[in-house]
Design a protein around this ligand. Structure first.
Ligand SMILES: Cc1ncc(COP(=O)(O)O)c(C=O)c1O
Length: 389
């Protein structure tokens, strides 16, 4: 942060979400305007004009102005200022989480990708790279991992919401001379900061908690190294992965309320998971067999990673049979039966519909900002209805 004296202040996430882009305002509007233009006037003073041989058109410097919105535009720049501040590094925004992931694979261009459990779409992107760059996909902690390879860890994991040991994964990557990328979509700040564990790059599907309203697609890569950020920007300018102006504007607007949304969602989820866990232990709901969530893991690393005491707002449950799993969503009143997660409205998904790798008895729940007790009552009534005649 450079203007308005903000650089003198030690601001926290809630304040940064509202003010980290203040110095980027080009007009006096309090609410950032939506800039729709794809192209920008060049400076009318010829002495200020540089040829492409003298400057990098894909990286905007303080002195240079916008050129073409695939390379950068005023709203994307403001969003990146906010995301850099709250994600604790240099953020580059993309048109979706998978576009961001594609950007990271294009940048690292590893021979081997050591990838653990997680979102099936990232595995799908990796498969495409095996086709056109000869990338080899190997499991996490595979013996073949060596210098120049990339380790990809997702934590907490989609769809269970359970955590993976980051310190262990970082040690493994370092011992092999590999880089490590963490998909932290399921635990945005303030819940978790993977950089505290020394990872090289953090990724989020901003479609989820950062966007938070189920109305935009976006993704973000974050690096501590400004030269890596510049390289990502150069690639993005050519690969065409920048978000559209309107999506970037929606994301900026969403970020203003980011912390209060995530905290409410995480608190609600914690309460619901605790209730489900007790219900299983007391055999109160016959059809409910399992609940998965980081808050139920007993390994020491979980509370080191999710150190605020709040865990991710998305988790999974299992019920007795495939038929019951398929029918549960239609008996709920406050949960939409839909894929995705992170929005203010609670969602439930019979996960086998979009993910062929999971059990057909699994349901994924993304908890929103409704009242937790109302959500519990809704779940209780729906799940108990299968035991009534
Ligand atoms: C953990 C995780 N990473 C990445 C993605 C991909 O993000 P997007 O849908 O924004 O491309 C998703 C989408 O569900 C996800 O859950």
């Amino acid at each position: 942060m450079t203007a308005n004296g903000l650089s003198d202040l030690d601001l926290r996430i809630a304040s940064l979400s509202v003010h980290a882009d203040d110095s980027y305002a080009m007009v006096s509007d309090v609410a950032p305007p939506l800039h729709v233009s794809t192209t920008y006037h060049y400076n009318s003073d010829p002495s200020k004009l540089k040829s492409a041989r003298e400057h990098d058109i894909r990286i905007k410097t303080d002195e240079s102005s916008f050129i073409y919105s695939r390379f950068g535009n005023p709203v994307v720049e403001r969003v990146e200022a906010v995301l850099s501040a709250i994600l604790n590094g240099h953020a580059v925004v993309y048109s979706s989480g998978l576009a961001a992931y594609t950007g990271s694979l294009a940048y690292y261009h590893p021979k081997r990708l050591s990838i653990g459990d997680g979102y099936h779409g990232c595995h799908g992107v990796a498969h495409i790279f095996t086709r056109f760059s000869g990338l080899e996909e190997v499991p996490l902690y595979d013996d073949s991992v060596s210098e120049g390879d990339l380790v990809h860890v997702e934590t907490p994991i989609n769809p269970t919401g359970q955590s993976v040991d980051l310190a262990k994964a970082v040690d493994f990557a370092r011992s092999r001379g590999a880089k490590i990328l963490v998909d932290a979509t399921f635990a945005p700040p303030p819940l978790q900061d993977p950089f505290e564990f020394g990872v090289d790059m953090v990724m989020h599907s901003a479609t989820k908690y950062l966007g938070g309203h189920s109305d935009l697609l976006a993704g973000v890569l974050v690096t501590k190294d400004p030269t890596v950020r510049d390289a990502l920007l150069r690639d993005r300018g050519l690969l065409g992965g920048a978000p559209g102006n309107f999506e970037a504007w929606l994301l900026l607007r969403s970020l203003r309320t980011f912390k209060m949304r995530v905290e409410t969602q995480a608190k609600n989820a914690g309460k619901i998971v605790a209730w489900l866990d007790t219900a299983i232990k007391n055999k109160e709901i016959p059809v409910l067999t399992k609940v998965y969530h980081s808050s139920l893991q007993t390994e020491e690393f979980v509370r080191k990673q999710l150190k605020t005491g709040l865990f991710g707002p998305t988790f999974s449950i299992e019920v007795e049979s495939k038929d019951i799993a398929r029918a549960v969503p239609s008996r709920l009143k406050l949960f939409h039966h839909a894929t995705s997660l992170g929005g203010v409205e609670s969602l439930i998904e019979w996960r086998a519909m979009t993910d062929a790798s999971v059990s057909e008895t699994l349901l994924r729940l993304s908890i929103g900002v409704e009242d937790a007790d109302d959500l519990i009552a809704d779940l209780k009534a729906a799940l108990l209805s299968f035991s009534e005649n």
